[in-house]
Design a protein around this ligand. Structure first.
Ligand SMILES: [Zn+2]
Length: 207
């Protein structure tokens, strides 16, 4: 019964989602950008505790679990380096997580969506990659780290289009780039992302 309730809930969200913005969750191949969007951008959800927990419910098919965990962990680490919040993985414990990462093929035609403060669902019909430049640059795959950075921003209460083009929370952000040797250049929070997060949570206290 609980599963049925979740399914109906997701269906309603996805229906509203697709009806409200035809571009949501699509890759714009012409402009080399990725479009994502929070399922429920309002009301803004802000954490009032210093430690937020998360857990994985399933993993991406194309990325080994350990690398999936690393991609998400790195995304959290970037955010926690600029605001006084820390994030703890409770996957292998009995603890109920604040945020769940779900990999499912049962969602609508978006690559990922987030219910802030609850869960992020990655679509397993999408091909995911992590640090594999040949896959990412082929545009047949999406970079898990980039999307995780963006979706975690929603969990922090930052809506889409909060920053200028090129920022992680902009609706159209760049795919990861490579250096002159073809090495993966990790997507990084941009000044607008950091400013918006610190406006909600303040600065990291120096010890
Ligand atoms: Zn978004």
């Amino acid at each position: 019964m609980e599963k049925l309730g979740i399914f109906i809930y997701l269906w309603v969200i996805c229906s509203n989602f697709l009806n409200s913005d035809a571009l949501s969750g699509c890759v714009d191949r012409k402009h080399n950008v990725v479009v994502s969007k929070a399922a429920i951008p309002k009301p803004r959800r802000v954490w009032f505790k210093p430690v937020v927990t998360y857990a994985f419910i399933g993993y991406a098919q194309d990325v080994p679990p350990v690398e999936t965990e690393e991609a998400i962990k790195n995304a959290f680490a970037q955010w926690s380096s600029v605001i006084p919040l820390t994030f703890r993985d409770v996957t292998k414990t009995e603890e109920k997580p604040d945020i769940s990462f779900i990999f499912s093929s049962s969602i609508c035609r978006v690559y990922a969506f987030t219910i802030p403060g609850s869960r992020t669902v990655f679509n397993t019909n999408t091909r995911w990659a992590y640090r594999d430049t040949s896959k990412i640059l082929s545009r047949e795959y999406l970079d898990l780290n980039s999307i995780a950075l963006h979706e975690i921003g929603h969990h922090l209460g930052i809506p889409d289009d909060s920053g200028r083009p090129g920022s992680i929370m902009h609706m159209h952000f760049r795919r990861p780039q490579t250096d002159n040797f073809g090495n993966y250049l990790r997507p990084l929070l941009q000044p607008d992302d950091i400013e918006n997060a610190q406006a909600l949570y303040g600065l990291v206290k120096k010890t």
